[in-house]
Design a protein. Structure first.
Length: 394
């Protein structure tokens, strides 16, 4: 497919639409951690069961990735995005009425499906519409995702305090979906139409490099999902209030926002991304070590290091996948595969951490396990030499 050259006006509208849509992709998960203590006080939840609130939507995101491209080809990009926002909004709003763990988990899974449909579309859309600035635009997109998480994590406890209800603290984020839906609906004429897709769908299941990229993305995202699920409960157990623990998670996600903007801009200057990836993994390792060894001292430094590392690693993992193929639709299919397998891997980390907490009475061993995973990823980075990309997908 030829790169679409949009006018400056339609480009601005498209980027604004991407930002508003992306902001909706994490609040349904990010609001849970800071409110978990209140939720568990009202609904019987073990830590292992509570982990399903993060694990299952992430797993649903992974599974839905494999169907999302086909759905978008039938409905079109705009209709698919609007449908996905409607699903996310309804799933989030439904939390006003939940009174059991099963209903809460069901709302999380439904939101995960809506999130997956959008996340499967965006990399291909960005590569086709912004071919000269893929890294920068991916950075803005991912930064908006992290921004939505930061807003929800920071303000969900405040909403709960003001309203006296954790259900409102979870459900209020449906307003973000409504805002994006209204904007998308009213600006349909200004958003550039998708070009017809006639390429045959490509399978990457037999490609070893695709699996390596998926494993790298999945292990990196495992650190994100685990921190999103358990950082706030970890500090609540250390004696912090729910509001302060939520603000700490919000601070971490704010650092992710900064890193998500800055790191892709730095990486955009050269095609070899290995140095940047190693630096990001080093930040994450340092953050986890500090979280284990000195959680109460320099308590802002460790989330800062984690946020800067995780926030840059997420977009860079997708950018490295996009780098492997020049054709936007092939690259989009590859990133859908990478995210599909990756989210299935990442979805297991909150459950494993919750089980560790239930069995050993502490989250420290979960943080140690993730530290070891980051060391393994340092070795994987050595394989990402751009001079050899073409031979893996010939």
């Amino acid at each position: 497919m030829e790169n679409v050259r949009t006018t400056s006006r339609s480009t601005v509208w498209l980027m604004l639409a991407i930002v508003l849509v992306a902001v909706n992709l994490r609040p349904s998960m990010a609001a849970i951690g800071p409110l978990l203590s209140a939720i568990r006080g009202d609904i019987p939840l073990s830590f292992s069961l509570a982990s399903l609130l993060t694990m299952l939507p992430v797993m649903a995101m992974g599974l839905a990735m494999f169907f999302a491209i086909g759905i978008s080809q039938r409905l079109g990009e705009q209709r698919t995005v609007l449908l996905s926002l409607l699903i996310i909004g309804l799933a989030t709003l439904a939390r006003l009425f939940v009174d059991s763990a099963a209903q809460l988990i069901a709302s999380a899974v439904l939101a995960g499906v809506g999130i997956a449909l959008i996340q499967a579309l965006m990399p291909a859309l960005i590569k086709s519409r912004f071919a000269d600035n893929v890294a920068l635009c991916m950075g803005l997109y991912v930064t908006s995702i992290m921004g939505g998480a930061a807003i929800a994590a920071s303000f969900a406890p405040l909403v709960m305090m003001q309203t006296g209800s954790w259900r409102v603290g979870l459900a209020i984020w449906a307003g973000l979906a409504l805002l994006a839906l209204v904007f998308g609906w009213t600006q349909r004429a200004n958003l550039p139409p998708a070009t017809p897709r006639v390429t045959k769908k490509e399978s990457f299941f037999g490609n070893s490099r695709a699996w390596l990229l998926a494993l790298f993305f999945g292990l990196g995202t495992a650190s994100y999902t685990c921190v999103l699920a358990w950082l706030a409960p970890y500090y609540v157990e250390k004696g912090w209030s729910e509001q302060n623990a939520g603000l700490l998670l919000g601070f971490l996600t704010a650092m992710e926002v900064i890193s998500g903007l800055v790191v892709p801009a730095i990486a955009n200057r050269r095609r070899d991304r290995r140095g940047v990836l190693m630096a990001l993994l080093g930040l994450i390792i340092a953050g986890f070590c500090g979280l284990i060894l000195s959680p109460q001292h320099l308590s802002l430094l460790w989330p800062c290091l984690l946020g800067l590392g995780i926030g840059g690693l997420f977009p860079m993992s997708l950018i490295v996948s996009l780098d492997h193929l020049d054709n936007p639709q092939r690259a989009g299919g590859l990133t859908a595969f990478v995210q599909g397998i990756g989210y299935l891997i990442a979805g297991l980390s909150p459950l494993m951490a919750g089980m560790i907490r239930d069995q050993l009475g502490s989250f420290e061993w979960a943080w140690w396990s993730l530290t070891a995973v980051m060391v393994v990823m340092l070795l994987m980075v050595l394989r990402f030499d751009p001079r050899h990309y073409a031979r893996h997908f010939s």
